[in-house]
Structure formats: C-alpha cells, structure tokens
Write a protein that binds this ligand. Structure first.
Ligand SMILES: Cc1ncc(COP(=O)(O)O)c(C=O)c1O
Length: 466
C-alpha cells in the first residue's frame, strides 16, 4: 500500500480480521506491532486518518478512535496541521503478546466457543435444574457422563470401551498424578520418551520418581529399549503419548504400536497411554492398549485438546483386573472430583452431536493455521496438518534459549526443548503451538518474526578470540 501524502510504502498495514475484537483496537495493535518489529521507527509519519479509513474500508471515526488509543499507549504523537508521528514503543502489555507456548485449541473456525457454552449451560440448567449442579461428584464410573464417554471412546478402542471399567476425571493431568501415585513408590524408575509431556515430568518430580529416557527412532520408542531399561532399572511403569506426541508432533505407526503392546505383555509392565490429541486426527492408528490387550494398560483421553481445556473432562479406561476404588480414592483425595456443571456440558455436547460439530470446526481452524505455518516456516519442521503444535529444530547458529529470549523481546512466546526433556542438554529445538494466537493474523505475525529470526546469524561480527 502507498501513502498518498508521502508516497511511502505502508507495508506494516494488514487487513483487519472479522471477529478478532474491536476494529479500532486492531488498528492500534497494528501500529504497536509495526513499532515493535522495527517496520515503523520513532519519528516516522503515519498515514492521515482519512487515507487509512479508505484503505481499510472503515469509518473515519474508527480510525480517530484508533489514533486516540495509540496516543494513550504512548505510540504516536499528533500535531495539528502536520499529522501523526511515531513517538515510542509504547507499553508492550500482555495483550500484545502472541503466545505460542501453550498447547490449547483455537476458537472454532465459525462461531464462538462462548456462544456454544452459553447455550449448553442454559440447556443443562433447564433440563436438570440448579440443585443437581449444586453438589460434589459422588459417582465416578456409574454416572451418565461415563455412558456418554463409552460411546465417545468406541471409535478409538472398539469393544474395550464397553467391556472395561471407565472413570471420568477432572482432566488427564489429575489422572496421571493419581495413577503414578498409586502404582509407584518414591525412588522408583519410570520409563518414558526422551522428550515428553512436562506435566508428566512435573508429577514424577513431585512423587520422587526417576524418569528414564528410552531410545527412539523415527517411529518412536524401540521395543528392545523397553526390555533393556526394564531389566536395568527394575521399572514397572511406562508412560507414552503415541499420537501427535507432545512435543515432537510425531505419531507412532501401527507396526510399532503392535510391537510395543507385545513387549509390554511379555514383561508384565504397566502402561499409561496418554492420548489427548487423537481426536484431532482422522487417521490415527489404534491405541497401544488395543494391542496390549487391556491387561495392565490405562488408556487416558481428554476433551481438552479437541474441544476446550476448561471443560476439565477426561476419561480413564482401566485394565481388566484393576480395582477402580484405588484410583477413585486418589482422585477424591486430590480434587474431590469433577465440576458437575462442566461434565454436564460435556455430556450434553457428546450426546447431541455438538461435540463432534465443534471438533470439526476446530480442526478446520487448526488446518488453516498449519497451512500458514507450512508456508512461512522452513520445510523440515515436524507437524501434522491438523495438529495443535509444531516441533522445530533450530539451525546450528541458534541456541534454543537465546532464540526464545530474542522472540520474547519481540512479543512472541514459544516453548524450549528443556521443558520437555528427561535429560539435561536437549537438542536445540522449540515447540510452537498454533492454537494460542488470538487470530490467524496474529499467528502470521508471529511466524513471520520466527522466520526472520531463524535467518539471522548473530554470531557474525563476533570479535575473534585468540
Ligand atoms: C500429552 C498431554 N497429556 C495431558 C495433557 C493435559 O490434559 P488435561 O487438560 O486433560 O489435564 C496435556 C496438555 O498439554 C498433554 O499434552
């Protein structure tokens, strides 16, 4: 775009995004970002309000409000008769940050999660009444949410969904904690992928467990490595996340799942299979638990990643011989269970088909965001077209922590490999989550910054040391 006044390029200007908040705020945000990225420098003139209104197709009053907002933030100064000029970097508040560090689903492509939630709460209260919601969870495996959960799990685990005990709990994280606590003793070894879910690492640390990293190849954990580590360390429990693994975004192929299932049966080890990302994929191979036979495997799935993390609703399918009371006691002791209102919303969505509808809508949004990432980032980034995250190994000239710090200074947050690593000194890599950005526009800004920074080699110009 060119400014008719100064005939300058206005490359920092982007089309406004419908549904991404008030338009005057979006314009002020555009100015703030351009100042942060250096596209606009202190002293640069910004376009006249009338010109900008025409370019963006908005009312003049919208731009006037935007310039007032920018002035209030300390970004611009205006002089009558001369126009408006960049005054400083303003306050880079939290609202300016683009957070790609947390693995949350984005808002659905059409409609808003807030609207769907309001409708569901109205429906639940009209049908069940506030009294039914004004209590604590007292049943863990007999509740109607569990029946809905069995139907939900059937596409993943088949007949096992109806044959084995199923428990509803307030998020997979609570289940991981309670399971590890009831299956291990302080000082025990637990086996895991070398890069794994930080919530599992935190739990292991809290419980005084020793996490042992298993050898992997491009298909995931090696069955022989499980046998070796089991014999060397005496570990009886293994934690795996085989579908859209957090953080590497890899999905273990079927042949490896079968081989691991057979090995775990042979060794008599307990598997905690954590599968929260499965429903984002349409073609994930069956879970390892289906090959292990459900003898000693716990299968964990959650609505957090395919619907909404604040539902705090997840399911644990127990092994055939497991005493459910032990897990229920552990869950009761830590949290007193689920929110009845939230599980009622989850159940209503699952039974009415709304959960599936929302999930497809989220998948659509994720697909668009992953396409942006594919177009803007290097080709060797590991990702799936409908996965929430990407795993990016950095070029040799970048250290992961310096890279993350440099990005943070530009208002973009990412997660370093250290957060996921069992051992010290992991590979120089970062995880980027596409769901955390408020809009595709924000995500594109962040990815452009990442792409530019990747090419910057800050070692150049370093003084030679002899
Ligand atoms: C592998 C894995 N398991 C569990 C969780 C947490 O699930 P929930 O929200 O159900 O506690 C996460 C969240 O990032 C995750 O990546």
């Amino acid at each position: 775009m060119s400014d008719t006044k100064g005939e300058r390029r206005v490359d920092w200007l982007r089309p406004l995004t419908p549904g991404a908040g008030p338009r005057y705020m979006q314009i002020a945000d555009l100015i703030a970002r351009a100042v942060q990225t250096g596209e606009l420098a202190v002293g640069d003139q910004i376009p006249s309000q009338r010109w900008l209104a025409t370019q963006l197709g908005v009312d003049l009053t919208t731009v006037t409000r935007a310039y007032t907002e920018a002035r209030n933030r300390g970004l611009i100064s205006s002089f009558s008769g001369r126009g408006s000029f960049v005054a400083g970097v303003g306050e880079a508040g939290d609202e300016m940050r683009i957070d790609l560090s947390m693995n949350t689903p984005p808002q659905p492509a059409s409609g808003s999660m807030g609207d769907a939630l309001k409708l569901a709460i109205d429906e639940v209260l009209a049908r069940q009444g506030i009294e039914a919601m004004s209590a604590y969870q007292d049943t863990w495996s007999g509740a109607s949410i569990v029946q809905a959960g069995r139907a939900w799990l059937r596409p993943a685990v088949g007949a096992m969904a109806g044959q084995q005990e199923l428990i509803v709990c307030a998020g997979t994280q609570a289940a991981i904690f309670s399971l590890l606590q009831s299956r291990t003793q302080r000082g025990d070894a637990v086996l895991a992928e070398p890069l794994t879910y930080p919530g599992f690492l935190l739990t292991a640390q809290q419980l005084g467990l020793r996490v042992v990293a298993l050898e992997v190849d491009q298909d995931g954990v090696l069955p022989d490595a499980i046998e070796r580590s089991h014999r060397e360390t005496g570990a009886q429990v293994i934690y795996l996340n085989p579908t859209l693994q957090n953080p590497t975004a890899s999905t273990m192929p079927e042949h490896r799942r079968k081989a691991i299932g057979a090995m775990l049966r042979k060794l008599g080890m307990t598997l905690i299979e954590d599968d929260p990302y499965r429903y984002l994929l349409n073609d994930a191979p069956p879970p390892i638990v289906t090959y292990e036979g459900g003898e000693r495997a716990y299968y964990l799935t959650s609505l957090s990643k395919c619907l909404w993390p604040s539902l705090r609703t997840s399911f644990v399918l127990l092994p055939r011989q497991h005493d459910a009371a032990m897990l229920q006691d552990a869950l009761r002791a830590s949290s007193m269970g689920c929110s009845l209102l939230l599980t009622a919303v989850a159940e209503h969505w699952m039974r009415s088909g709304q959960a599936r509808h929302l999930m497809l809508d989220i998948q659509r949004e994720v697909r668009a965001r992953q396409t942006l990432a594919r177009n803007l980032l290097p080709k060797d980034v590991n990702a799936h077209p409908t996965g929430l995250h990407l795993w990016m190994t950095l070029p040799a000239h970048w250290n992961r922590q310096l890279f993350a710090l440099a990005l943070e200074q530009q208002g973009v947050l990412v997660a370093c490999s250290d957060a996921f690593s069992v051992d010290a000194n992991p590979v120089d890599a970062v995880r980027l989550s596409v769901g955390g950005a408020r809009s595709q526009t924000d995500l594109a800004h962040a990815l452009q910054r990442i792409s530019t920074l990747l090419r910057e080699d800050r070692r150049r110009g370093v003084r030679a040391i002899v």
